[in-house]
Design a protein around this ligand. Structure first.
Ligand SMILES: *[C@@H]1O[C@H](CO)[C@@H](O)[C@H](O)[C@H]1NC(C)=O
Ligand SMILES: *[C@@H]1O[C@H](CO)[C@@H](O)[C@H](O)[C@H]1NC(C)=O
Ligand SMILES: *[C@@H]1O[C@H](CO)[C@@H](O)[C@H](O)[C@H]1NC(C)=O
Length: 245
């Protein structure tokens, strides 16, 4: 810039010379130089523009650099968010899988089936020997799922499964004490205490039976057997579903 101004001034210095000083040919030369000077001045003006544009371009470049920087940051942010989203997706998938499993196990969950009853629900019962051997447990503590019928003394399996049964018999030794656990009318397990002289006896037994829906389970007296119960709950019958099969 400084150099260019100096150059212009020098050229102008040469030109501001009285025409009469030189020869006539010098006048033509002078005109030529004038034209050259104008051209050079024009170039100077144009250079100013070029400089101005250069500044503008630099400013634009700075802005562009800023934009590029911002874009780079945003790209990094997008990458980070993408990764986060993927992680969330993975966790979501795992959670959904877990929920499916829970739903499945809820569907497979065993229905709630359990009962427990005692022979006498009032006063004293001394039952047997009789032809009506099925014991009807009248004092029902619980009967979830309504498998046990307190009018007949018969438990009917609501679903296929493995069931646990437990019973206790109590009586006096003038007779055989005990009862049989019957499945569909067939003897499974029993308690038994023969006639003796020691007053009274109590015994219990239990079994896990595989039943299909509709199978029946009940307690029956032995031939000539007798059992006793009162509100103390000596003679009892209980059962529940362990799990379905
Ligand atoms: C713009 O960025 C380039 C490359 O990083 C650099 O060479 C240049 O000096 C920067 N320009 C400005 C005006 O910051
Ligand atoms: C999540 O599950 C969907 C649908 O099953 C699947 O398209 C996607 O690839 C899984 N994503 C991950 C991260 O496991
Ligand atoms: C029970 O006792 C009676 C009389 O003592 C006897 O005849 C009978 O064989 C006994 N029964 C059993 C199964 O022990």
């Amino acid at each position: 810039m400084e150099f260019r101004s100096l150059l212009l001034l020098t050229i102008m210095g040469f030109l501001i010379v009285e025409p009469g000083f030189g020869e006539i040919a010098d006048l033509a030369m002078n005109d030529w130089l004038k034209t050259q000077m104008e051209t050079i001045m024009n170039i100077g003006e144009k250079l100013k523009y070029v400089e101005k544009y250069q500044n503008d371009i630099e400013a634009l470049e700075a802005r562009l650099n800023g934009t590029v920087e911002e874009l780079t940051e945003q790209k990094a942010e997008v990458t980070r968010l993408k990764k986060e989203n993927e992680d969330m997706q993975t966790r979501l998938n795992a959670t959904e899988e877990e929920i499916d499993k829970l739903k499945q196990s809820a569907r497979n969950a065993a229905p709630k089936i359990a009962f427990s009853a005692s022979l006498s629900n009032s006063g004293e019962i001394y039952k047997g020997p009789s032809t009506e051997k099925t014991l009807i447990f009248k004092r029902v503590f619980s009967n979830t799922g309504d498998g046990y019928n307190q009018d007949t003394g018969i438990f009917t399996a609501p679903v296929n499964g493995l069931y646990y049964f437990n019973f206790n018999t109590y009586g006096y030794n003038t007779h055989v004490i005990g009862a049989l656990l019957m499945k569909n009318g067939a003897h499974q397990i029993s308690t038994y205490d023969n006639v003796s002289t020691d007053g009274s006896d109590s015994s219990s037994n239990a079994a896990v039976l595989k039943l299909v829906a509709g199978d029946t389970v009940c307690m029956q007296l032995w031939e000539n057997g007798r059992v006793f119960d009162n509100l103390n709950g000596h003679t009892t019958f209980s059962g529940f579903l362990l799990f379905t099969v």
